[in-house]
Design a protein around this ligand. Structure first.
Ligand SMILES: [Zn+2]
Length: 156
């Protein structure tokens, strides 16, 4: 191990990377760009700054609890606190390429482009249409691809 990964902060970051988004098993909260900052005090107090994908998302409290559990299990950590930050604002630029591929392949999920358009994760069509702004959860909305006739989830 390099010095960097043997520091307490490195161990804490590694623990956070094992936490999956509850909506998308297998995709870590780090890959989704939710982790903003890790601060470790000398007495083992850890403060973690995270960015919500959507401020009203009910999954946030589960994510925070999972992160606190994972980090709390790291030797040398005395306490953990997760703060949801109001800035910077989460954007799809923060999502790792590997996570986008995983979301497309396993969950038929796509991310809205900066210009508001959607690309079908199944067939690649640009003709995807929003069907409802109320998705299966407040973190997601639904769309439909007329090209391959698949329902698409849009992460927001
Ligand atoms: Zn399609």
């Amino acid at each position: 191990m390099s010095l960097g990964t043997t520091t307490l902060e490195g161990l804490v970051r590694a623990a956070i990377a094992t936490v999956f988004d509850p909506e998308y098993p297998g995709v870590s909260v780090v890959e989704l760009g939710l982790l903003q900052s890790v601060a470790v005090e000398t007495d083992g107090e850890v403060r973690i700054g995270m960015i919500p994908t959507y401020s009203g998302c009910p999954a946030l409290k589960f994510i925070a609890a999972d992160v606190e559990t994972a980090v709390g299990a790291v030797a040398g950590v005395s306490s953990v606190r997760v703060d949801w930050l109001r800035s910077p604002v989460w954007s799809q630029d923060r999502v790792a390429h590997s996570a986008i591929k995983h979301l497309e392949r396993e969950f038929t999920v796509t991310l809205r482009r900066a210009d508001g358009t959607l690309r079908c994760p199944v067939c690649g069509s640009d003709a995807v249409k929003d069907t409802s702004l109320m998705g299966p959860s407040r973190c997601r909305s639904l769309a439909y691809c007329p090209s391959c006739q698949n329902p698409i989830e849009v992460m927001r």
